[in-house]
Design a protein around this ligand. Sequence first.
Ligand SMILES: [Zn+2]
Length: 444
Amino acid sequence: MPPKGIRHRFAMKNKNMNEMNAEITTINQKNTTPDDDSFQHSVQKSTKSRKRVQKSGGTSTSKENRPKRQKPFADRKIELTITSSTSEDEDLDFGEDGLYPVKEGQLLKKRYKISKLLGVGGYATVHMAMNQKTKDNVALKIVRCGEWYNEVSDREIQIMKTIKNSSCEKLDSDSPIGANNVVSLLDNFRIKGEYGMHVVMVTEMLGPDLFSILVKSNQKVLSFDRIQRFSRDILNGLHFLHSNCGVMHLDLKPENIMVTIDPDSMDLNDPNCLASVKIGDFGLTCYTTEDVTRTVQSCCYRSPEAFLKAHITPAADIWSFGCTLYEMATRELLFKCNDSENCSRVFHMDNLSNLLGPIKRSLFKKEKENEWPLEQVFSEKKVLTGHPESTNFICPEELRKRTLMDEHQAQACSDFMGELMKIDPKKRLTAEQALKHPFFMEHC
Ligand SMILES: [Zn+2]
């Protein structure tokens, strides 16, 4: 059972600098989405509780009755609301194998003073806390108790320590490029709860995840410039993980990409707005030297080799990045799941073939151990052939229907996604090669 991603809960209205990176309040943005209704529709389908709240400035005067001059779009402020994935009164499981009950103001390890709950996932709770020594705000992930959770989180800590050591190998030199695009572990310890020991991971305080911004907020589509910048950050992070740390993330998706935004200029469509992204959540991460046999990657971002339990390499992360790039551009999933409870390998592989063309069985043969998934998907066939009439969602024409991109940008993005999502993992770009793709040369 892979751990579920941790979703953040964002309380609004707090202007505190330290908290600002964890909470988005308002964003100035242009209302220039080409097909606003379709975007709205697609987002509402995926998040039932999505709300749009107009900013109430409290400046109501008698002038309100006069005919108003329309403000330029760029001056309008739209309150960005990120809907919580957990409700205030949700019953949290504190029993056996359950969560650790933390109280506001509680001091852990005589150092970390809990200030508030940021999120609840299937695997842990995440709290904001202040390090009493440094006075920095940090994020504390307190994992459920129980042997399975302890083992999984110990492994995650081991991986995060490897990453940390790789980012400061040479003490007197700068960190390698990409080290800043990966969430770093600051501390880890255990605390005793009523039902057993809980692992605690301390990381830097981060902003909302990209999923919250793309799907669970009223943020409009990202500008091409912003998509390029975030893509560069993600690829730098992946290159660092693959080449410097010798690890593969294996669960790259918008939920695991954290966004940090300059609180003074929060318009992601404004080129001057400082925002960067970092890759987090290393619960499924493996060393590149490992023979990965367990199920990795969330199914909507899962590579063909992971579906077929074939040899897993860093190219699997590049595939997930391709799916994430599509989502950054359109706010829609490229590959949807048939059923989150009973996800079908055959359904997903058919969809990959519909979009990307024939898939050869021979490419994914791995001695005896993956015969059964190959048999399930291919049966007697040597090649999986998709429906010729299927919509090619990543072709430039389709991208233009769903994004703000012009002809050249759509062409560059389409070419880039084609290179990132090659069926044959050996033919996919590496992170380093991807950073040199003409997609990054295209100007807005
Ligand atoms: Zn699925």
